[in-house]
Design a protein around this ligand. Structure first.
Ligand code: AMP
Length: 128
């Protein structure tokens, strides 16, 4: 079971922002910017493009809903989107609140926010 499957199953704690029966969204533990969110399908598939066409479309539709909430909860110019999957072999979409292009630099040092701040952000997105 991937670490993200275990998060979606509630076996490993996360800062949950949204979920339905087939998808789960939670804060990235080492965000590029406050509010950096990961969106996953509950079904464990490593490579995004190995999802079925329907699963792929549904995942992006769910990510869109999360991005709309994220933009309401975390003021930003745009919500940036990326898919890498170089570290965790469970398909996921990165949603990153952007003030400028430099907020989405995967090589820059990541943030480490206090737990209370992560909880506050997750709850603000969840209720947006
Ligand atoms: P990548 O697979 O290259 O798209 O990167 C995986 C992302 O997952 C990184 O941004 C990590 O900070 C994030 N990550 C890894 N483990 C966890 C975790 N337990 N909870 C939240 N985010 C995580």
């Amino acid at each position: 079971m991937s670490i993200f499957s275990r998060i979606a199953a509630g076996e490993i704690p996360s800062y949950k922002v949204a979920a339905d029966d087939r998808h789960f969204a939670f804060l990235d533990i080492n965000p590029m910017a406050p509010g950096h969110t990961l969106v996953i399908p509950r079904r464990e598939v490593d490579y995004l493009f190995d999802l079925t066409p329907q699963e792929y479309a549904d995942l992006w539709a769910f990510a869109r809903e999360v991005a709309l909430k994220l933009k309401k909860a975390v003021p930003c110019k745009r919500v940036g989107v990326a898919v890498l999957g170089m570290e965790v072999p469970h398909a996921h979409i990165h949603l990153v609140p952007l003030q400028s292009e430099s907020d989405m630099d995967f090589r820059a040092p990541k943030l480490s926010l206090p737990a209370e701040e992560m909880e506050r952000i997750a709850s603000a997105i969840a209720s947006a």
